[in-house]
Design a protein around this ligand. Structure first.
Ligand code: FES
Ligand code: FE
Length: 444
């Protein structure tokens, strides 16, 4: 365990040591303690509909193939040949693969990861060892929640639903609908940002505050005039956090969707409001298009209302590969889906105005914190320390208002729990666990 690393988060003083954003030894410990154990986002089921359909992704820095099996289950394997370690899959995704063949000596593997042949042919005779004992290393556990597929390298990890806890109540804002479930459309946009992975993750966990400042000019550019990004809805704004997963919203019904710049989309969201309210209740119906953002610990984030879903893949302490998709409801009209796709490109793609706003901030946060003297200073996470909303019946740790670092404090508290604890019993009963009042049904 790393008690010294866990102590870099000082909850009582609301301080985070800047070395967690720049230090290589801390980063390597994160790969083991966090990315080696947590449930990590792999794919949307819609990307791998048929047996042999696959996508290539990362879990931490580990290259992984996610494949639909013949029995419709989903397998995930290290994309590294057991012979010399070469990638066995070079492409980002594909349909109806029968297997994977390593580029180096031609070892071949089934879509179940098992070694099939060692000489470039599928049916070779004589490897000289029992082929059944060799294969692509499987990811320990793979599971889906309402279309989203996650995996963990830790065979001792709790079930995916236990890992989420009552946070599923918030995930359902996007995932539980009467429009046929969800799907990813338009492919995956991949880009590189020279920042530490935690800056975007903590931002999406509940940093509405930056939007009013960082994104103001971008929103005005898209909408062609002065806009109010939502401060006037602050009395409804809250943050919720469970096990370090964080979501915030101002409940303004359509604030995020509005910034995509298509009035037709706003009307669509508002037109669906009563149906969503009947299904999910008022709070969640208000969140669907609202100024709102979410991070599933550690590095999977999305924006309700703007339909962008993304993973911040760590590539060293000062770099990420950003994978981003557009999520829509399957039964939405094609025209609406297309507006969401265009909207996410305009806002959250490498050419999108909000992506550039955020990316520049996160890159300079990372670079500035690298200075030898600078890195030994603390960062201040104290906004809204008096904002706990204890009588709320919403699931999780609830805080009021948007001038608030509450979810960031809980994100780093969870980070410290992962760095400190070596077993899941301690992790799941740690301080970021849902407070006892949290019952998912209680809010309606
Ligand atoms: Fe894969 Fe040799 S490294 S076949
Ligand atoms: Fe932002």
């Amino acid at each position: 365990s790393y008690p010294d690393f866990a102590d870099l988060v000082d909850d009582a003083r609301a301080q985070v040591d800047r070395r967690v954003f720049v230090d290589r030894a801390i980063y390597d410990a994160e790969l083991r303690q966090i990315f080696g154990r947590a449930w990590l986002f792999l794919a949307h089921e819609s990307q791998i509909a048929s047996p042999g359909d696959f996508v290539r992704t990362y879990m931490g820095e580990d290259d992984v193939i996610v494949v639909r099996q013949r029995d419709r289950s989903i397998g995930a394997y290290l994309n590294s040949c057991p012979h010399r370690g070469n990638r066995v899959c070079m492409v980002d995704s594909g349909r109806k693969a029968r297997g994977f063949i390593c580029n180096y000596h031609g070892w071949s593997f089934g879509i179940d990861g098992k070694l099939a042949g060692t000489d470039g042919k599928v049916y070779d005779k004589d490897a000289g060892f029992a082929k059944s004992e060799i294969g692509l290393t499987p990811v320990a556990k793979v599971a889906s929640y309402k279309g989203l597929v996650f995996g963990t390298f830790d065979p001792d990890a709790p079930s995916l639903e236990e890992y989420f806890g009552p946070f599923t109540w918030y995930l359902d804002v996007m995932l539980d609908n009467d429009e046929g479930g969800t799907e990813f459309i338009g492919g995956c946009v991949k880009s590189t940002v020279e920042c530490n992975w935690k800056f975007p993750a903590e931002n999406f966990a509940g940093d509405i505050l930056h939007a009013f400042w960082t994104h103001q000019s971008g929103a005005e550019a898209i909408l062609g005039g002065a806009v109010d990004l939502g401060k006037r809805y602050d009395e409804r704004a809250f943050q919720a956090s469970i096990y370090g997963h964080g979501i915030e919203t101002n409940q303004d019904k359509v604030g995020n969707t509005r910034t995509l710049g298509f009035p037709e989309l706003n009307e669509y969201v508002l037109g669906r409001y009563d149906a969503v309210k009947a299904r999910l209740g008022e709070v969640r119906a208000r969140m669907v298009g609202a100024v709102s953002s979410c991070t599933v610990f550690p590095n999977f984030s999305f924006l309700p209302g703007q339909a962008t879903f993304r993973v911040w893949h760590p590539k060293g302490p000062d770099k990420i590969d950003l994978y981003t998709w557009t999520l829509v409801n399957k039964a939405m009209p094609d025209r609406i889906k297309e507006l969401y796709r265009k909207g996410t490109m305009i806002t959250f793609s490498p050419a999108g105005v909000f992506e550039m706003d955020d990316g520049e901030n996160w890159e300079y946060c990372t670079k500035a914190n690298q200075g030898w003297v600078t890195r030994h200073q603390k960062l201040h996470y104290g906004l809204g320390q008096d904002s706990a909303w204890v009588e709320s019946e919403l699931p999780g740790h609830i805080h009021h208002g948007s001038l608030n670092d509450a979810n960031q404090r809980l994100f780093y508290k969870r980070w410290a729990e992962f760095m400190r604890h070596d077993n899941w019993a301690d992790l799941q009963r740690a301080e970021t666990a849902p407070p006892r009042k949290s019952v998912p049904q209680a809010a309606e």
